[in-house]
Design a protein around this ligand. Structure first.
Ligand SMILES: Cc1ncc(COP(=O)(O)O)c(C=O)c1O
Length: 355
């Protein structure tokens, strides 16, 4: 196999999928994995056959690709512009499509597109529970938007969505009560106003196994859990052995003292910083004492002064990136190590579908 290459261990993937599916089933939560992590029809089918009710996507292009494997998709991302809304409305002619909205502007744009396409788009009102990225800012604002959606032809008010992306620490340090309170208050207001939220969708990988502490939730949307990465390890949410994806690299230079260079830089690993001070740009699996200290586009500089034995020129090593989702999006094709030990090429079907 030519390097750098994305290699995926199917046994670990299946274990990760199974663990999350069992948790969701135990707590009566619907599981809607966010497919932006894998962007793969094969992985989507594994999740669906393990009990996922559907998938989440960020971009319409991802949803269009995933629709080949899935009839029930949530676009957990704002849609306000005409081309995007038109594609969503087209998709909704054949599939159950929901979109998270946080403005009347988005609601109206979607509704117009849906009426023109002769379809109905389900909508979830996104509530900001603390991440401060998107979402209406109060339960009262959620009620006002819900009332607007309820009156608008072309869209169907299905519930609420939130994303607690600000909660990344270890499970026993997570304070999810503000999230629980905001959702409970929103539901109370809706119910007093005669509106129902059939779906309350939340969840990220760091908070996924704590979702039962947020009673309002009916559904969770973790994405990273299928593969995991060094940030998930740093948060205490999994072990290195639960990381299913590595970038296979070759040592291409040892000319500069104290370091070796691998053939994977930011174009092969992504360049997300580590969540821990000493984390570097990922973990070199065979040399845990090594530090991936600097990336250029095609070079990864690995400090090896802490290593008893140093990687040799030409040696194959494997890196677990800090953030697996943007890393996967760098590859048209991954190599899957099946459970029978055979290697199989696997397309990253929705790779680069960013619009
Ligand atoms: C809206 C939304 N939902 C769910 C997820 C999945 O979270 P995680 O990557 O922690 O699994 C993300 C991730 O970015 C997201 O933006």
């Amino acid at each position: 196999m030519a390097t750098p290459a994305l290699v995926i261990d199917e046994a670990v993937v299946r274990r990760n999928i199974g663990r999350m599916a069992a948790y969701a089933a135990e707590h009566g939560l619907a599981l809607r994995p966010h497919a932006k992590t894998h962007k793969s029809l094969r992985m989507a089918r594994l999740q669906l056959s393990a009990g996922a009710v559907g998938l989440a996507a960020a971009k319409v292009g991802e949803a269009e690709t995933l629709a080949e494997a899935c009839d029930d998709l949530l676009i957990a991302y704002p849609a306000v512009d005409e081309p995007r809304c038109r594609r969503i409305a087209e998709l909704a002619r054949e599939k159950t499509i929901r979109v998270a909205v946080d403005s009347a502007f988005a609601a109206d744009a979607l509704a117009t597109a849906a009426r023109e396409a002769g379809s109905t788009v389900g909508v979830l009102v996104e509530v900001d529970v603390g991440f401060r990225r998107t979402g209406v800012q109060s339960p009262q604002a959620a009620l006002a938007l819900a009332r607007h959606l309820d009156r608008t032809r072309g869209v169907r008010l299905d519930g609420i969505m939130c994303f607690p992306g600000h909660v990344t620490g270890p499970a026993d340090e997570q304070d999810l009560s503000p999230v629980a309170e905001m959702l409970a208050e929103t539901l109370e207001l809706w119910s007093a106003g005669g509106l129902a939220a059939g779906i309350v969708s939340g969840g990220s990988t760091p908070t996924a196994y704590q979702s039962h502490r947020i009673p309002a939730l009916t559904e969770i949307r973790p994405g990273t859990y299928i593969y995991n990465d060094m940030n998930t390890v740093a948060g205490g949410h999994c072990g290195v052995e639960d990381c299913a994806v590595r970038v296979a690299c070759t040592v291409v230079s040892d000319a500069v003292p104290g370091k070796v260079v691998i053939d994977a830089g930011s174009k092969a690993l992504g360049s997300d910083p580590a969540r821990t001070a000493d984390g570097g740009f990922g973990r070199v699996v065979e040399y845990p004492e090594a530090r991936l200290v600097r990336l250029s586009e095609e070079h990864g500089e690995v400090g090896v002064t802490g290593c008893e034995r140093r990687p040799a020129l030409g040696e194959r090593v494997h890196v677990i990136p800090n953030h697996i989702c943007p890393c996967v999006n760098l590859y048209d094709q991954a190599w899957l190590r099946r459970e029978d030990g055979q290697w199989e090429p696997m397309p990253v079907d929705a790779r680069g579908r960013l619009s």
